[in-house]
Design a protein around this ligand. Structure first.
Ligand SMILES: *Cc1c(COP(=O)(O)O)cnc(C)c1O
Length: 393
């Protein structure tokens, strides 16, 4: 079949919820992807911050294949070996006490929201608790996750959403304080906002929110689905602030391609009890074998050092682009999650990059988002900048 035939077939049969770029991805190798016509692309999207170790990592692929040959799925009615090990390792590296594995980021958010509601319910027996979320946030597309996503366009057609959610200004502590009531059960935020435009939180803000939560017995939920797992140069972005959440959500690079997410809680916040929550697939042996091999790779390679070495170089190059082009206003980010702020529609620039063999994505209408594999070298930054420069011209 030709590329056009695959695209037409997809458009005739898939629900049209995405305006896709007109290429069919066939395979990947290292930090490069190939389409069905054999064209090569440098990948600065990584499946949206998923493929932390690039494509075709032998250790990763071998581990997945070995687990497939043993068992893929068991159900949560039984224990399984990879989940036991993955849960222990995740609590160790996060300092959290309990893990619930999910199939996606959205489901991790659902679990976090239920945890907060249950926690508050256990305290006062009432059911009208409130959550404070941030403007420009993104937490997912299910009704619960959408309810805490600060984007009117995503929310409007699906109202009424879950009640009691109020939106504060990100990095504006006063705006959070104004929304706190004796009904507030959680404050949810991304330490680096991803989808909403790549906004890193300030230390003052994160510390201030932590204090509000401590003073009022409110659960602090950090959504590190995109900014976690080494992307910022530390294993978790919140480590930069020296602030621990009560609930932490992970997904994207947690499985590096196998769909798996998780929410983790402290013992105090572990409010969900038998019967309160469940999932058929969540935490199955295949998914948690992926988590284990991903954690192996973080332990055995110098990938975090690589992020810390390559990202200042990337930022320097983005500074140069800002100097060079009037249509580039600047950049924002932390480590290998960077957004280039443009004065022209970002979609057009992305189309040109793709034509020239570079995959990048957007974050809002004016931000070009770069979330490459964490294994990229400076030579890949140079290659990316060369293509981007052509596209901007
Ligand atoms: C992608 C993302 C989600 C949703 O995860 P899915 O796996 O797409 O359901 C939630 N929060 C953040 C910060 C994300 O980047």
């Amino acid at each position: 079949m030709t590329t056009k035939e695959y695209i037409d077939m997809s458009e005739e049969n898939l629900l049209h919820t995405y305006n896709r770029f007109q290429i069919v991805i066939e395979k990947g190798e290292g930090v490069y992807l190939y389409d069905s016509e054999g064209k090569k692309y440098l990948d600065f999207a990584a499946g949206i911050a998923v493929y932390a170790f690039g494509y075709g990592n032998k250790k990763y692929n071998d581990a997945i294949k070995a687990q497939i040959d043993k068992i893929i799925h068991t159900s949560n009615l039984f224990y399984n070996e990879p989940a036991a090990v993955a849960a222990k390792r995740l609590t160790d590296i996060t300092g959290m006490d309990r893990v619930f594995f999910t199939n996606s980021g959205t489901e991790a958010i659902e679990g976090a929201v239920k945890t907060a509601r249950r926690y508050a319910y256990d305290k006062d027996g009432t059911t009208d608790h409130e959550i404070i979320a941030m403007k420009h946030s993104f937490h997912g597309r299910s009704m619960g996750a959408l309810s805490v996503t600060g984007n009117d366009k995503y929310q409007e057609p699906f109202k009424p959403l879950i009640g009691g959610v109020r939106f504060a200004e990100f990095n504006n502590l006063e705006s959070v304080k104004e929304l706190v009531t004796d009904k507030t059960c959680a404050i949810i935020l991304e330490p680096v906002q991803g989808e909403g435009g790549i906004y890193p939180a300030t230390e003052e803000f994160i510390k201030g929110v932590r204090k509000i939560c401590d003073d009022n017995d409110i659960l602090l939920i950090f959504d590190e689905i995109q900014c976690g797992m080494g992307r910022t140069g530390k294993m978790f972005a919140h480590e930069y602030y020296g602030v621990k959440p009560d609930v932490l959500t992970l997904a994207k690079a947690l499985g590096c391609g196998i769909p798996v997410g998780a929410f983790l809680t402290t013992e105090k916040a572990a409010s969900l009890k038998p019967g309160d929550h469940g999932t058929t697939y969540g935490g199955n042996p295949l998914a948690t074998a992926a988590v284990n091999v991903v954690l192996d790779l973080f332990e055995e390679t110098d990938v975090l050092d690589n992020v810390n070495e390559v990202s200042p170089y990337l930022e320097k190059k983005l500074d140069e682009l800002t100097e060079e082009f009037d249509i580039v206003r600047g950049h924002r980010g932390k480590g290998l999650i960077q957004g280039l702020i443009l004065d022209v529609p970002v979609g057009e620039v992305i189309q040109k990059c793709i034509a020239e063999g570079l995959l990048v994505i957007s974050a809002g209408s004016d931000v070009l988002r770069m979330v490459p594999p964490l294994t990229i070298g400076k030579e890949h930054v140079d290659e990316m900048i060369g293509i981007l420069r052509k596209a901007l011209q």
